[in-house]
Design a protein around this ligand. Structure first.
Ligand code: GLN
Length: 536
């Protein structure tokens, strides 16, 4: 079958959950046996979100091929269990960069280079490449931002052109908001009408309107939206607030979003998507047999999305183990020798988060000392692993003021140091050690028994690493290298032999955890937290 292109646009306000709707639709289409990929087009001028801080853009997600991407790609992978790549996230910056590079090369000699057709052609090329080269049955393209934003105009224009060129091989889903006005006691359709009018001004008629709402849409409201927005009433889909984002595929199946899409692109509808395993996960998630509390120590704890993949990995583990996992966010800047007992007491596990820079670092190190000395299960991720190495150096090996050279370039004991091939790097964008690298697990290590494998690959995003000059000293004192990169000999995992569960990983396991395949490290960490709970 020819690739079908599905566009998802947003109206009225941001944060309505285009990523979750796209992911849920992909899940349903996959359950029907189609191959599907999801792409995010981001209208900002950064080449990628790798240089944005979490206050700007939440978590930066990393793909197998080392692309630093929007966090929505994390949702795509968590829902569909299909890896994404650089091609799945394109920004305005990347579009302009390649058009300008072509102009300098002389590809457009003689022409005036313009938004239409050059920029829109580049956008269309980036969309179609997933259909023509990767040959997916469905390419779902989510357009970032809200219709009416100046910066999303070229994207909507590209959608208009593709629609014109490809007819029924394209379908446009518009996600809007239908607010409930308590004073009037009514749901209001006017914002939806306005945002659809705005799309019409730009030449695009949505085929399907998904309405995010806090109260159910009755038939009267659906008919009204259908009439004012020129769509079939069956194509007005209710997307009511759900308990968990993982309910949304089931809700979209009830609302027949997948069926309406298939009708529009003229693909025969056969049977209903089987979500038995997914529903089993949801049942276990909602009916836990026990409950643990894990402290997540980081410096962006007030931001909901800064540690998105980590908190979602706990949800996957929770559904798999039928155990409620409360993730308590703890600000590392508030932890010191005086406050540590009070801040961390009663936790069944402590996770020290990834990060960059000096702020809050001593609090992280103090939290790790507490976990180590009190036998509390500990998982350190990237910077969290590096802090565990620093803590052990200072407090067990007696290396006073040991540090990472990221925080203290003059430290006498650089137990974490810049990687050799990073020393010559000056440019900041896309230059870290990024993406999947192999790792060989050490015989007899906890890591090996957790993964039940010797060779694994995990995704990375860092510039600093364990300094191998100290390796023997650490191993002799009980902190062992449990995973090594076979090519560069980098230490990728450390663990304590004399502790119930103390693991630090230089990579990011959270990027690979999905509903169908919860990550073994998170599963085992939560199991260790349950044991800690049982011991009281
Ligand atoms: N700042 C550290 C490094 O660059 C850790 C990075 C991270 O936690 N992702 O190595």
């Amino acid at each position: 079958m020819n690739t079908k292109y599905i566009f998802v646009t947003g109206g009225v306000t941001s944060s309505l959950g285009k990523g979750i709707i796209s992911s849920s639709l992909a899940k349903l289409l996959r359950a029907r046996g189609f191959t599907v990929t999801i792409q995010k087009l981001d209208p900002y001028i950064n080449i990628d979100p790798g240089t944005l801080n979490p206050y700007e853009h939440g978590e930066c997600y990393v793909t197998e091929d080392g692309a630093e991407t929007d966090l929505d790609l994390g949702h795509y992978e968590r829902f569909t269990n299909v890896p994404t790549s650089q091609a799945n996230n394109v920004t305005t910056g990347r579009i302009y960069l390649s058009v300008i590079e072509k102009e300098r090369r002389g590809d457009f000699l003689g022409e005036t280079v313009q938004v239409i057709p050059h920029i829109t052609d580049e956008i269309k090329h980036r969309i179609k490449i997933l259909g023509t080269e990767s040959k997916f049955d469905f390419v779902i393209t989510e357009i970032g931002g809200t219709v009416g934003d100046i910066e999303s105009l070229p994207y909507i224009e590209a959608v208009r052109q593709m629609r014109w060129e490809m007819g029924s091989n394209c379908v446009v889903i518009h996600l809007t908001y239908v607010p409930y006005l308590a004073a009037a006691g009514e749901l209001k359709t006017k914002p939806t009408q306005h945002s659809v009018k705005m799309m019409l001004e730009q030449g695009v008629q949505p085929d399907i309107i998904v309405c995010r709402c806090e109260r159910p849409l009755n038939d009267g409201i659906k008919n009204k939206i259908a009439l004012f927005c020129n769509v079939d009433p069956l194509c007005v889909i209710e997307s009511i607030d759900a308990k968990t984002i993982y309910d949304v595929p089931v809700l979209m199946r009830e609302q027949q979003l997948d069926i309406q899409v298939l009708n529009k692109v003229k693909v025969p509808v056969e049977g209903i998507p089987d979500l038995t395993k997914w529903e089993d996960f949801l049942y276990k998630l909602k009916h836990p047999n026990n409950e643990v509390t894990i402290g997540l120590v980081g410096k962006y704890v007030e931001l909901k999305d800064a540690y998105k993949s980590i908190t979602e990995s706990f949800v996957h583990a929770s559904g798999s183990l039928q155990c409620k996992v409360n993730v308590k966010m703890i600000h590392s800047e508030g932890i010191n020798d005086e406050t540590v007992n009070e801040k961390l007491k009663g936790l069944n596990g402590i996770l020290v988060a990834p990060g960059f820079g000096e702020r809050g670092i001593e609090g992280k190190i103090t939290a790790i000392k507490y976990a180590r000395e009190n036998n509390v299960p500990f998982l350190g991720i990237c910077l969290g692993m590096q802090c565990a190495v620093v803590e052990f150096g200072r407090n067990v090996l007696g290396l006073t003021d040991a540090h990472s050279t990221e925080m203290n370039p003059k430290t006498k004991y650089p137990v974490i140091d810049i990687m050799e091939d990073q020393k010559s790097v000056c440019k900041k964008g896309g230059t870290m050690r990024l993406g999947a690298y192999p790792c060989v697990l050490t015989n007899g290590s906890k890591a090996k028994s957790i993964y039940q494998a010797t060779d694994i690959t995990e995704r990375h995003r860092h510039r600093y690493e364990f300094n191998n000059e100290y390796k023997q000293m650490y191993e002799d004192a009980g902190m062992i290298a449990a995973g090594i990169n076979p090519k560069d000999n980098l230490v990728e995992i450390v663990e304590l032999i004399d502790h119930p569960w103390f693991v630090g990983v230089q990579f990011h396991p959270e990027y690979k955890s999905t509903v169908v395949n919860p990550h073994p490290l998170f599963l085992n960490f939560v199991k260790a937290a349950i044991e800690n709970q049982n011991k009281g």
